[in-house]
Design a protein around this ligand. Sequence first.
Ligand SMILES: *Cc1c(COP(=O)(O)O)cnc(C)c1O
Length: 435
Amino acid sequence: MLYPDLAVNEQGHLTIAGHDAVSLAEEYKTALFVMNVDKFRQNCRVYTDTMWECFGDDALPLYASKALCFTGIYRLVNECGMGTDIVSPGELYTASKAGFPLSKAYFHGNNKTDHDIEAAIDAHIGTFIVDNDEELDKIDEYASHRGIRQAVLLRITPGIDPHTHKAVITGNVDSKFGKAIETGQALAFTEKALKCRSVELKGFHCHIGSQIFDCQPFCDAADIMLGFIAKIKKQYGYETEVLNLGGGFGVRYVESHPHIDIAANIRDVASHIRARCEEFSLRMPKILMEPGRSIVADAVTTLYTVGSVKEITGFKNYVSIDGGMTDNPRYALYQSEYTVLNASRAADDCDYVCTIAGRCCESGDLIQENVRIAKPKRGDIIAVLTTGAYNYSMASNYNRIPRPAILLVGENGYKKLAVRHETFEDMCACDIDLR
Ligand SMILES: *Cc1c(COP(=O)(O)O)cnc(C)c1O
């Protein structure tokens, strides 16, 4: 098995944290996201414990909400002592509804509207991560109107290529995000922020990309950012309090992906940063990181029920399931790899080569091609592993397919529904009756 929380019981069924996946599918109906909360907490703890150990008590990992957002997850994140990064007023609303302390929320995004900015300031958001001049002007204006000084970080593009999928690179100079150091615009942006009377510049942010498997790109980014910070200090006498290094550590989706020891990587980044700070005679800033995928991806398994098994003689086999790109668009978007199992026959040989197809009217609606699983029959439960990140949060109602439920499970029989299945009525809730 790819992960230690997965096993096979006497009935030959897959178990997740000791729960029979076939029984869960029966009880809660499919498609179903099953999240192992113990594993989620463990993933959080890797960041909190290692960052506190390496950078001191004021270091803070921020859970990147966009990976998976629902009210319950903010409670877990808060219990683990993490902050959060939000990218929209919808995420802000969800965090606020969950009782998350918004002083530990960081508001991202490359196009915050006037309304977003006003609503976030009114909700006492801790920090804005400011992307552009228009936003900075608006924050300064509204903070002044409310008689406060708003804490901000500036988003800087360090110009790093982390060697990952091009759709998830964000730190290069021609990115839509932030201000480039290379062009001198980051410096001008900083100067402008320092002049804003109702903005308190706390520091800088960079995010270089996603699904990164070693610490080198983070060290490179830190070098560039600390060089920039040293320059700012020299030029303006400004001491940077906060350096946010973004998210991006990778996740092992299939056996062939490398193992990654995140704690060891954070320790390497930390000693690198310490050395650079000494070299540049800088005080060590408060370090923030923003893990999303590496917190939530491997804590979640999707369960589906098989409908048809279609064998096209001499070509290929299609196994159709009761979900698809509506709950997991990542294969269609990025040809993402996944590990697929027949949860009903988890002890059988995986000798059936097939393509797992969704139920949408779209040939590209596939979950995975050419996987090897135990030969399924209608009614079998298919498990797709590592589906916690960027699936439920990217889910749609294409073909009016309701979004799946999210079930939390854990050791000692812990089981709690965190998000119910969407209903047809939910999907029609915004439609206005024209009769
Ligand atoms: C997406 C994103 C993250 C999270 O990235 P992961 O690869 O999921 O860890 C963090 N920070 C910013 C600014 C992001 O856009």
